[in-house]
Design a protein around this ligand. Structure first.
Ligand code: SAH
Length: 403
């Protein structure tokens, strides 16, 4: 075998590698030895020549290489990759009783930078978001099929991230048969239809599983404490995951989304769960405006969920996003009945937990309501955060109660 090409870092740039951070930017590289192509495994060396990591080379991206391993004796081959896939799948085995919609591989967190693999019942859905995993596409697909016993894999590598890696979007069957137009999944006691072709991400917001379960528990708790049905509001409802959870309160659930398609599927999901038709109210509207209109109507709710799309696409958008988060949180707090709960989220990676809490605190001050923070929330265990890669954190939430 010919020796791997090498990336020699500029002086001082080995520091983040020594902390096992997996990303190497173009600006950190002093010299490329050999002629690596996209996805080739390269040895990363410090300025002084010492070996640091094995990484996948990505010539088109400013994120020029992503590390596979910090152990020099590792050989990055199909067996090594299959072991990483197998371990990632095995680590999630205990979650199967909670749901059959699970994230099986979460990129950097699982040591497979840029690879997403989700399971919906017996269907797998993948995203190859970096040159490294793209180069090992067939081997990784084989490994996923072997680790799960699922024969059908659909490729949703149609997200924007691929362009930065110099990869064309990919969409279609990767293994096995065409997926059904809808797949029924189970999440705790609830069910949902998932469309893996046109749904957001790979079809569904798997990451909110635990928080939907919390919403159901809070709805039930409020109903017992208040001895009356709970009035609930779900903003940015998408296909109604939180709406169905909130129905545990036994009262009306109002759901708002700007997408007619999402609302249509949400209503079918409501029916799939056998919920009374008249208990669900569905509004195709802009949440920013709808919340103001509800206030003007003098409405109040015992439980409100705010789960907006990513307002800050990058660090450049933080200020504008902060204003948007404050706006919806302020409006929601004004609609919250005394004793009521607010579940508020941000999935913007560029907005950290602390900043998000500050923004929501600002909304609390302006709304002139007293609230307590009862819990900080995050994505489920199938979306772990690799401690050496803090950039992997994105979903954060707060559970507030109005006093
Ligand atoms: N809570 C959902 C996921 C929300 S995804 C779940 O648990 O599955 C964000 C949703 O916000 C999308 O469905 C999108 O259509 C909707 N959306 C985006 N901007 C909006 C706006 N300004 N007003 C209303 N809905 C919006």
């Amino acid at each position: 075998m010919k020796p791997a090409a090498e990336l020699v870092l500029k002086p001082g740039k080995e520091r983040s590698l020594l902390r096992r951070h997996p990303w190497i930017y173009d600006t950190a590289i002093g010299r490329v030895k050999g002629a690596p192509e996209a996805g080739h495994t390269v040895a990363v060396r410090g300025h002084d020549g010492r070996w640091l990591a094995w990484a996948a080379f990505s010539p088109s991206s400013t994120l020029r290489a992503r590390c596979w391993s910090f152990a020099e004796t590792d050989r990055i081959d199909s067996a090594w990759l299959a072991a990483r896939v197998q371990e990632a799948v095995a680590r999630r085995a205990h979650l199967a009783s909670a749901s059959d919609a699970l994230r099986l591989v979460f990129g950097e967190a699982d040591g497979l930078p840029g690879l997403i693999a989700d399971r919906y019942a017996d269907q797998l859905v993948v995203q190859f978001q970096a040159a490294g995993v793209e180069a090992w596409r067939e081997e990784l697909l084989d490994a996923l099929v072997a680790a799960t016993g699922c024969a059908d894999v659909f490729d949703r590598s149609d997200s924007a991230g691929r362009t930065r890696e110099g990869l064309a979007p990919a969409f279609g069957i990767a293994r096995g048969a065409e997926p059904p137009s809808r797949i029924a999944i189970r999440e705790h006691r609830r069910r949902a239809w998932v469309d893996v072709r046109s749904g957001h991400k790979t079809g569904y917001y798997i990451d909110q599983r635990d928080n939907r379960e919390l919403a159901a528990a809070l709805a039930l708790r409020s109903r017992e404490q208040q001895r009356r049905p709970v009035a609930a509001l779900n903003c940015f409802c998408y296909t109604g995951g939180f709406s169905i959870a909130l129905a545990a309160g036994g009262g009306g659930v109002m759901s708002i989304d700007s997408s007619a398609d999402a609302l249509a599927l949400a209503q079918e999901n409501w029916q799939l769960n056998g919920l009374p038709r008249d208990a669900g109210q569905w509004h195709e509207a802009n949440v920013f405006e709808a919340l103001r209109a509800l206030r003007a109507d003098g409405r109040a709710f015992d439980l409100i969920v705010l789960d907006p799309p990513k307002f800050a696409a990058s660090h450049h958008h933080v200020e504008r996003a902060a204003r948007a988060y404050k706006d919806i949180n302020l409006s929601a707090l004004r609609l919250l009945a005394p004793g009521g709960y607010l579940l508020t989220f941000s999935c913007s990676g560029a907005i950290g937990v602390e900043l998000f809490q500050k923004i929501v605190a600002g909304a609390v001050i302006d709304a002139r309501v007293e609230t307590q923070l009862l819990r900080r929330l995050a994505a489920g265990e199938d979306h772990p955060l690799r401690m050496t890669h803090p950039e992997g954190e994105y979903l954060k939430g707060l559970l507030l109660q109005r006093l």
